[in-house]
Design a protein around this ligand. Structure first.
Ligand code: ADP
Ligand code: MG
Length: 637
């Protein structure tokens, strides 16, 4: 072959270690918070009991993380700065079941290549008081020396990205970077309540979270939540254990899997019905203690809340999923923020079920529980779950300013780090704070009807104070559940013939869409039949429905069903949607109700599975207790 001399120069060459590290840094180290994340994860992997994080200027000028963990000897300290140097995995198979936070062996060399970096470490189990200090400047080792040091490791990262001006320019304001750091630390502190955390910002102590002693993970998480956010009574506990069903191939193979556990656990806290936020900001989800983003789980949460959540709102939660590490792939994202479940559908179903059961427990006193559980808007029979008996929900409170909707207040205020920090700075040990008594579910209390305001709001008195019930929303909830219950037991809802059947003409598209929904509609008591190519006959509706304009009614049904899109098949959403639409046409919307009728409504609400929200997720009750009233009238401060 003829080779022209000018083309002979090789174009492909191996990058130097230094450049490779900087490229890796581009993936792993996006901003100061990524450095904090990597360093704190290393401390947690080193089994530290205490981690101190100190930052200056939003982490731009300094990030220092020190721990009392295992530490390293001199050789390991030198080695850990090499790319792909890790003590956490040894062979490719280990990747299939990772139980540590780290495993890629990339973080330290990456960080060191883009900063002025000092590692000081001393082995915890080595009696010699001598430690090792290594100074690295933009990836070049400048000094290695012996030094006196406490057992554990301290990593100091100064002037992040000083050698990459383009990256440094992209850093946001100090406040933004600090908020990201604090958000990550919140997640770490929630996932590791038995580790003490200290956070110092510009030499000021922001947090001092003592190590929680409790052995019970649920109790420990609650203590940590309290230490971080103060009392948060609007949360209810989730404690669910289930089994991941075997996949078909596994059943067929029946081998090699003997040691593998299929247990699936999910536990933690979720917002009571009516507590929600406009963003996912307060949705903290952990898989094997790693904070993660997983679309499937996010969706399952919404499914679990079902009608207890307003459209477009997101639940608040701090939930821990635990399953065999081999069931999760954490190696799909350089910063390990995303995970993939091998049995995604099963995980999703179990999450939704756990949430639903926790929410159903709220209004189900122990003795009635089994009967109630059948009202689940799902076809699954629930399995018994264990739950701490002292958990009761609290309703959204009437905010003291009266003009706020009850759920606009952030429940977890990670976005507002500063006021929160003041509250929790230098707290005494969390164990000494007595937990406040758990409030009872409102409908379990005696309620006295006082009157009706504006034909809509029923004023009630409870032993706790003042209660307002939206009679329309309450009635919608009752009808909705009755409808589903009848569907469940009889396969179809009651239906009343219209005296004057009406024909409705639709567009060709709407007509063909509607044709496919007819069976489902009939089951719900809506008598619609084909009457021509594009014409339908409406001759029956459920008994409580008042249809003023039949055409508008049918078109509304079509629109709702279309809007639900492909979700329709999941969890009978289609039926639920129809039921909701039907309920909107419910009688008694703004009717004058007698005291007897109101009593009956309350009693029917007591029979509901989710009485505290209407089928659209809006609150049915608002409560203002005597203490709040006293405060408003200036009787107490
Ligand atoms: P990875 O965490 O993926 O293993 P890193 O680059 O973050 O990779 O760390 C490399 C190695 O350095 C770790 O595997 C661990 O052995 C050691 N190491 C890092 N930080 C600490 C620490 N704080 N305490 C003890 N050992 C540490
Ligand atoms: Mg690491």
């Amino acid at each position: 072959m003829l080779i022209f001399p000018s083309l002979r120069m090789n174009r492909i060459r191996l990058l130097s270690e230094h450049v490779a590290n900087q490229i890796a840094a581009g993936e792993v180290i996006e901003r100061p918070a990524s450095v904090v994340k990597e360093l704190v994860e290393n401390s947690l992997d080193a089994k530290a009991a205490r981690v101190t994080v100190e930052i200056q200027a939003g982490g731009r000028s300094l990030i220092r993380v020190s721990d009392d963990g295992a530490g390293m000897n001199r050789d390991d300290a030198l080695l850990c700065l090499e790319r792909h140097a890790t003590s956490k995995i040894a062979k490719a198979e280990d990747l299939a079941a990772i139980s540590t936070m780290g495993f890629r062996g990339e973080a330290l060399p990456s960080i060191a290549s883009v900063s002025r970096f000092t590692l000081t470490t001393r082995e915890r189990d080595n009696p010699s008081p001598e430690g090792t200090q290594i100074i690295v400047n933009a990836g070049k080792i400048v000094d290695v020396k012996a030094c006196g040091s406490a057992p554990g490791t301290t990593l100091e990262v100064r002037e992040l990205f000083f050698n990459l001006p383009a990256r440094r320019k992209f850093l946001r304001s100090q406040e933004t970077e600090t908020a990201h750091i604090q958000h990550y630390l919140t997640m770490a502190a929630l996932a590791y309540p038995r580790v003490g955390f200290e956070f110092i910002k510009d030499t000021r102590l922001v947090w001092q979270l003592p190590a929680v002693k409790s052995e019970n993970p649920l109790a420990a998480a609650r203590e940590r939540l309290r230490a971080l956010y103060g009392d948060e009574p609007q949360l209810i506990a989730v404690d669910f254990t289930g089994e991941l069903p075997k996949t078909e191939t596994e059943v067929a193979e029946k081998s090699g899997e003997s040691g593998k556990s299929d247990t699936f656990k999910i536990w933690g806290y979720i917002g009571a019905p009516g507590v929600s936020r406009a963003t996912r900001e307060d949705q903290h989800i952990f898989v094997n203690r790693r904070p993660v983003d997983n679309r499937g789980v996010n969706f399952a949460l919404l499914e679990g809340y079902h009608t207890a959540l307003m459209k477009g709102r997101y639940p608040v939660c701090c939930l821990f999923i635990e399953l065999n590490p081999s069931e999760v792939d954490v190696n799909i994202h350089p910063a390990k923020r995303e995970v993939k479940f091998h049995r995604e559908t099963a995980v999703r179903q179990l999450v939704a079920r756990a949430i639903r059961e926790a929410l159903l427990k709220i209004n189900a006193p122990e003795e009635k529980q089994s009967g109630r559980a059948r009202l689940l808007p799902s076809r699954h029979e629930p399995e018994p779950v264990t739950q701490t008996p002292d958990e009761h929900p609290v309703l959204p409170k009437l905010s003291p300013t009266l003009n706020n909707t009850p759920d606009t207040k952030p429940v977890f205020s990670t976005s507002a780090p500063l006021p929160l920090s003041q509250k929790t700075a230098v707290q005494p040990t969390v164990n000494t704070i007595p937990p406040p008594p758990e409030p009872q579910s409102l409908l379990q209390l005696p309620l006295r009807i006082i009157g009706v305001l504006g034909k809509v709001y029923v004023l009630l008195e409870s032993p706790r104070g003042m209660v307002l019930l939206d009679q329309h929303a309450g009635h919608e909830r009752v009808l909705f559940e009755q409808m589903l219950r009848r569907l469940e037991s009889q396969g179809s809802a009651p239906s009343q013939r219209l005296l004057l059947p009406e024909t409705i003409e639709l567009s060709a598209r709407d007509a063909s869409f509607l044709r496919e929904q007819l069976v489902c509609l009939t089951r719900l008591g809506i008598g619609l039949s084909e009457f021509g190519e594009r014409t339908f006959l409406l001759d029956a509706v459920p008994p409580f429905v008042q249809v003023g304009n039949s055409r508008a009614f049918v078109i509304e049904l079509i629109d709702e069903l279309k809007a639900a899109g492909q979700q329709i098949n999941s969890m009978r959403l289609g039926e639920n949607l129809i039921a909701k639409t039907v309920c909107r046409h419910a009688v008694k919307a703004h009717d004058d109700l007698t005291v007897l009728e109101l009593e009956k409504l309350l009693e029917e609400m007591r029979q509901c599975a989710f009485p505290y929200t209407c089928p659209h997720g809006r609150p049915t009750f608002i409560e203002m207790n005597f203490r709040e009233l006293d405060k408003k009238f200036g009787r107490v401060v």
